[in-house]
Structures are given as structure tokens and as C-alpha cells.
Design a protein around this ligand. Structure first.
Ligand SMILES: *Cc1c(COP(=O)(O)O)cnc(C)c1O
Length: 230
């Protein structure tokens, strides 16, 4: 997308963001999808306001963080200064942070166990705030990684809905680093389809174009926009 097509642009696109926008547009047109079906989440973890502000000024409005405390320290001031920011939690959530997470985030991509469901249901009810919820699927069944195993996904999604009364928007996955990502994206899409879930959070800097071709509605892109994390 070129700057003149963005209504809210006030500065030229930083080069990383421009390249990512271009690749998203190409992936969408390759597979006949509308660019508007794909939300770019600019993953700003570890970066401070100096790096984030130019990306906001270029028109980007959806950002991702992987830690509640870090997000709480840097985003309230930025959100005050720039209206219309959407903040997504893409990293693991502890039950004792559910209150802060529901208060701060517009989406949570890491719902993966009963204790989190219970804590989220309680906070959604008491704060009258409803972040969009994604169930994380551990498609590679990696023991060190968060997420629900694929064979437990249908049952977990049913319990989210029936036991905890949660409205689940979609699924999220992080493929194993050494695997080809496409089969993991395809598996996540298949589980979503059979559970009536419309949204798919998948694809990072190295593989977001592949994810878009396999149906991603949310791509989480950090280093391709902000550069390497220290
Ligand atoms: C850091 C992170 C990303 C972004 O990774 P890049 O490779 O820098 O694009 C995406 N998703 C999750 C869950 C992350 O923690």
C-alpha cells in the first residue's frame, strides 16, 4: 500500500513497514483475497516509543506485545497520544495477569488452558470488556511451547464456549522453527473450519505470505518492520 492510499498518513512509511505492506498486498492478490481481510499486527516487543512512534505516524494502528508488564509500561501513554490503537497480546498469559490483560488488550492470542479461561471469563464479566479471543494450537506438539495439542483442540474449544461462556474468535499457531510452516498453517485452518471459527492468527516475519495464502486473517510481524531485536 502506498502512502497516498492511506487516509491517516502523516509521514512516509518506514522502510520495513512499506516492504511488509507490499508483500501482504502481493500475497493477497496472488490468492484472490481482499487486503482488508488481513490485519497486520506490528509486533513491537522489546522496542520503545522511539521505534514505535514512526510506525504509528505512518498509519499503522494494530500492535502486538508478548508480555503484559512490558505492554503496561509503554502503551498507555502511546494510546493516549494516538487514538485508535488496537493492542494484541500474542504471548503467554498467566491467570494472575488476566485482570490487567483484559483491561489493556483488544485481543488475546494465547488462550490455552482451563485456568486462563476461568480467569478471563471472570474479568470479561466484571470489567464489561470483551477482547477478541484466540485459542493457541501447539501444532508441532512441542513440549516447551504453549498451546493446546491438535487432538485436544475440538474439546478445548467446546469447553471454552460451554463451560466458561467465552466467545472464541479464532485460532493462533506458532510453527516449530525448523519445520516448513505451511502444514502447520493448514492444520490450524482445518481445525478452525470444523469449529466454525473465522479468524486465523498465523504468520511471522519469515512466513506471513505463506500464512496469508493459507487463510491467515492476522499476521504477527515484528523484525521485518522494526529490525532485529537486541
Ligand atoms: C515475537 C513474536 C512474533 C514476531 O516475530 P518476528 O519473527 O519478529 O516477526 C510473532 N508472534 C509471536 C507469538 C511472537 O512472540
Amino acid at each position: 500500500m502506498t502512502p497516498e492510499h492511506r487516509s491517516d498518513v502523516t509521514m512516509p512509511l518506514p522502510s520495513g513497514l512499506a516492504a511488509v505492506e507490499q508483500e501482504i498486498a502481493r500475497a493477497c492478490s496472488d490468492c484472490g483475497r481482499d487486503r482488508a481481510e488481513v490485519t497486520l499486527i506490528a509486533v513491537s516487543k522489546t522496542f520503545g516509543p522511539d521505534a514505535i512512534t514512526p510506525v504509528i505516524a505512518a498509519g499503522q494502528r494494530v500492535f502486538g506485545e508478548n508480555r503484559v508488564q512490558e505492554a503496561k509500561a509503554k502503551w498507555p501513554a502511546l494510546m493516549e497520544a494516538y487514538p485508535g490503537i488496537g493492542l494484541h497480546l500474542i504471548g503467554p498469559l498467566q491467570s494472575n495477569k488476566a485482570k490487567e490483560a483484559v483491561a489493556l488488550f483488544d485481543a488475546i492470542h494465547s488462550v490455552d488452558r482451563a485456568s486462563i479461561c476461568q480467569a478471563l471469563a471472570k474479568e470479561i464479566e466484571s470489567q464489561k470488556r470483551q477482547p477478541e479471543l484466540f485459542v493457541q494450537i501447539n501444532t508441532g506438539e512441542e513440549p516447551q511451547k504453549a498451546g493446546v495439542a491438535p487432538h485436544e483442540a475440538d474439546d478445548f474449544i467446546r469447553r471454552c464456549r460451554e463451560t466458561y461462556g467465552l466467545s472464541i474468535a479464532g485460532l493462533m499457531c506458532i510453527p516449530p522453527v525448523d519445520d516448513a510452516p505451511a502444514p502447520h498453517f493448514a492444520l490450524t485452518a482445518k481445525i478452525a473450519a470444523r469449529n466454525g471459527l473465522a479468524k486465523l492468527s498465523m504468520g511471522m516475519s519469515a512466513d506471513f505470505a505463506t500464512a496469508i495464502r493459507l487463510g491467515a486473517t492476522h499476521v504477527r510481524v515484528g523484525s521485518a518492520i522494526f529490525g532485529h531485536r537486541g
